[in-house]
Design a protein around this ligand. Structure first.
Ligand SMILES: Nc1nc2c(ncn2[C@@H]2O[C@H](COP(=O)(O)OP(=O)(O)OP(=O)(O)O)[C@@H](O)[C@H]2O)c(=O)[nH]1
Length: 303
C-alpha cells in the first residue's frame, strides 16, 4: 500500500518589524491562543517567544522578536537588538511586518538587518486602517524597489480570515521534514516564564502609559506544593522592578489597591492557563538606572 498523505513540513518563521506594528497581535492570532503578551504600549515584547501551530501537514514554529530599537542605545536596547539579529539568522521564512501604506526610517532599519538568502514576505498589516485602498498598489510598487520580497500580503491581524490565508501562503516555504513538536503543542516556554509574562501584562494594563517600559518582573520562587484540597498547587513569588520611588508608589496605588488588582488578575489568569491552584505574592522594588547597567540586564535574563 502506498501512503498518499502529503509529506510533513516543519520550519521556523520569524516575525519582525519596528515596535507597535502588530507583531504580537499577529503571533497570537496565528497560534490561536495568547502566548506573547500585547499592549498598546510599545516595546513590551522583550523575550524571544516561540508559538507553535500545526495545520494539516505543516507545522509552523513562530519566533517573535522584540521591537527593534533605533532611538536609544542603553545596554537594554543593545540586548534587544542582539535578540532580533539572533532570531532572523536561522529561520526558513521572515514575515516583515509594516503598517500598510507606510514606510518609516525605523522600518528601513529593521529591513537592513535581514540576511540575504532567506525568503521575506512583506506583511502589510492594519489594512483596516487604510481608507483609500487605491493607494496600496502604488505603495506596494515602491516597496518592491526597496527589497526583493518573495510575496506581498496585505492583512489585518485582527481579521481571522486574513490570518488563516497567511498559513496557506507560508506553508510552501517550510522544508519537508518531520514535525518537531506534538500536534497540539502551542509553546515551548516554561510555566515560570508564563508567570512572569502574565504579571508583566497586568502591570502594564493597570498602569497604562504612566510606567516606563524599563520596569520588569522577576520570578523569585515557583514551587509546586502538596495540597490535600487541590490536584496541583503552585506558590509563586514575583518582584516588580521599577526605576524610581515614584514608580513604586504608582504600581502599589492608593492603599495598595492597584497592586492588589494586578495580583488578583494575574493569579486568576495563571490558574486558567496552568489548570491548578495558584498562590501569588508580588513585591515591588526600586533599582534605579538598571536599564543602563549591562551586568544587571544579564542578571534579569536578557542575554
Ligand atoms: N486597527 C488595527 N490595529 C491593530 C492591528 N494589529 C495590531 N493592532 C494594534 O496595534 C497595537 C500594537 O500591537 P502589538 O501586537 O502589541 O504590536 P508589536 O509590533 O508586537 O509591538 P512591540 O511589542 O512593541 O514590538 C495594538 O494596539 C494592537 O491592537 C490591525 O490589524 N488593525
Amino acid at each position: 500500500m502506498t501512503d498518499t498523505s502529503p509529506a510533513q513540513r516543519c520550519g521556523l518563521i520569524a516575525i519582525i518589524g519596528k515596535p507597535n506594528v502588530g507583531k504580537s497581535t499577529l503571533l497570537n492570532a496565528l497560534v490561536g491562543q495568547k502566548i506573547s503578551i500585547t499592549s498598546r504600549k510599545a516595546q513590551t515584547t522583550r523575550h524571544r517567544i516561540t508559538g507553535i501551530r500545526t495545520v494539516g501537514a505543516a507545522q509552523f514554529v513562530f519566533v517573535d522578536t522584540p521591537g527593534f530599537q533605533t532611538r536609544h542605545s542603553t545596554a537594554l536596547n543593545k540586548s534587544l537588538n542582539k535578540t532580533v539579529m539572533g532570531a532572523v539568522g536561522d529561520v526558513d521564512l521572515v514575515l516583515f511586518v509594516v503598517e500598510a501604506g507606510k514606510f518609516t526610517p525605523a522600518d528601513a532599519k529593521v529591513l537592513s538587518l535581514l540576511k540575504p538568502g532567506i525568503p521575506v514576505l512583506l506583511v502589510a498589516n492594519k489594512l483596516d486602517m487604510v481608507h483609500r485602498r487605491g493607494d496600496i498598489a502604488p505603495w506596494l510598487g515602491e516597496m518592491q524597489k526597496r527589497h526583493d520580497f518573495a510575496e506581498f500580503v496585505p492583512i489585518s491581524a485582527k481579521n481571522a480570515k486574513d490570518v488563516e490565508r497567511l498559513f496557506g501562503i507560508c506553508e510552501k516555504y517550510l522544508p519537508e521534514q518531520p514535525w518537531w513538536y506534538a500536534e497540539d503543542e502551542l509553546t515551548d516556554r516554561s510555566e515560570k516564564f508564563l508567570a512572569s509574562e502574565t504579571v508583566r501584562e497586568k502591570l502594564f494594563r493597570f498602569t497604562g502609559d504612566e510606567l516606563p517600559y524599563t520596569s520588569t518582573v522577576v520570578i523569585d520562587k515557583f514551587e509546586e506544593e502538596p495540597s490535600p484540597k487541590h490536584k496541583r498547587m503552585i506558590r509563586i513569588a514575583a518582584t516588580i522592578v521599577v526605576e524610581r520611588d515614584g514608580h513604586k508608589a504608582m504600581v502599589i496605588g492608593d492603599g495598595g489597591e492597584r497592586l492588589k488588582r494586578i495580583g488578583t488578575e494575574a493569579r486568576q489568569e495563571l490558574e486558567k492557563l496552568m489548570d491548578c491552584k495558584v498562590f501569588l505574592e508580588i513585591w515591588v522594588k526600586v533599582r534605579s538606572g538598571w536599564a543602563d547597567d549591562e551586568a544587571r540586564v544579564k542578571s534579569f535574563g536578557y542575554e
